[in-house]
Design a binder for this molecule. Sequence first.
Ligand SMILES: NC(=O)c1ccc[n+]([C@@H]2O[C@H](COP(=O)([O-])OP(=O)(O)OC[C@H]3O[C@@H](n4cnc5c(N)ncnc54)[C@H](O)[C@@H]3O)[C@@H](O)[C@H]2O)c1
Length: 457
Amino acid sequence: MHRWGTHLRLSLFTSSLGGRQLSRVRSLLRNPESATSVRDFDIAILGLGYVGLPTALAFCAAGSRVLGVDISEGRLAAIRSGQVDLVESDRRRLGVANATESAWTLSNDISLLARARAVIVCVPTPIDAHAVPDLRALEGACAAMIEAATPGQLLMLTSTSYVGCTRDLLVEPLLARGLQPGIDVHVAFSSERINPADEAFGHEEVPRVVGGFTPECAAEAAAMLGRYVDATHTVDTLEIAEASKLLENTFRAVNIAFINEFANVCRELGVPVTDVIDAAATKPYGFMPFRPGPGVGGHCIPCDPHYLLWQLRANRVASPILEQAMTGIAHRPRRVASRINSMLADAGVPPKSARVVVLGVAYKPNVADVRESTAIEVIEILRKQGTRVSFVDSRVPAIRLADGEVLVASDEVHHADADLVLLHTKHDDTELTWLERHPRVLDATYTLEPRAGLSLI
Ligand SMILES: NC(=O)c1ccc[n+]([C@@H]2O[C@H](COP(=O)([O-])OP(=O)(O)OC[C@H]3O[C@@H](n4cnc5c(N)ncnc54)[C@H](O)[C@@H]3O)[C@@H](O)[C@H]2O)c1
């Protein structure tokens, strides 16, 4: 998978250059603009989703000339009309960008990438039904970027992926096209660390890890990101940067899987898990509090570690702790459904004829995103057994189930007549007072005050 020989080939290549070629290389690296006459954009963002759009807006706010490219006309239309899920500060930036004609250019025309000084790829890297990485979007985006690449450009991946991906999808294809990475174009990887709905850490304040194909590539990438981020941390290779993102997310996966398991243990022992965590968190070193829930509270965590496990399988290398954590995460929705069934059974309500309401279906509070949300799987399990399920979510108007059926959110906010209410996700505006009088509530958020009729997962 890795083409470690590329570095060697590059140094052989540079050492074999004649005087005129070397001076062209030096001139290109010193002044990328000399490679091409037209640079209408400082930066092009390829993929304007949860990551790409705030990134584009941050560059706009920093005064860069931005090109935003997305293959989805629907997404572009939503951005132009402001109908997108953003934190308030980014929503304000979007309003400014949309109201200012010269602020940015939005397009689905990939060929425009050639007119940008740098291109950043922010396309999705999901997994398929068998937990195998689905690289189609990333491969498509990289292929398009390479086709449009012009000498002097900086090409940067930010999508989470396996270690060696930047070499496979950028370095090698560039060489095949006759463009020398590190000489004709700069190549870098810098993972995105955005936390949707989190206003506490502004986009600018979160340092970016940068790895380049050469030190000059890394410096160019750090300088480009430095237009809007306060700090960058440059590492020696592309692979260190790629692996650091996988470490961040596998670290979270393992710890969340463990705290979910620990919550089950506390339930068996009759000890309130949140009080236990709060107590342990008073230790000023060596402990980091993670909170239990119905899932992992993110759409990346159930996916990203599989990029690592997939790669390790090919190398016949085991990572048993991570594998066990991912199994625990995958089983969590079944645990939630099984707790619902036992609460219904305890109340003498046959699950088949029960009516269950799911309060909040987004994967975490204050987002409209349901990717990898455990709520969907819980709803599917319950529906398969015959339970009538409806949902309420102020941010999610409808969800699509695995069989293609679309479930529309209930208009009613209060469902006093439901046999059981599952509190899955608590947005800031979620109406909770009616739950206080409900006889059966399963609190998957571990945040409601204990009382009779309320259970934890
Ligand atoms: N969302 C997060 O919280 C988050 C945080 C950190 C890192 N990441 C990583 O960032 C990457 C992007 O995630 P996201 O949540 O923004 O995805 P997303 O699904 O919200 O958005 C991706 C966008 O890319 C577009 N797209 C797909 N293929 C394309 C192509 N070939 N050319 C141009 N556009 C294309 C889609 O239409 C979509 O608008 C992923 O690798 C993800 O793991 C996400």
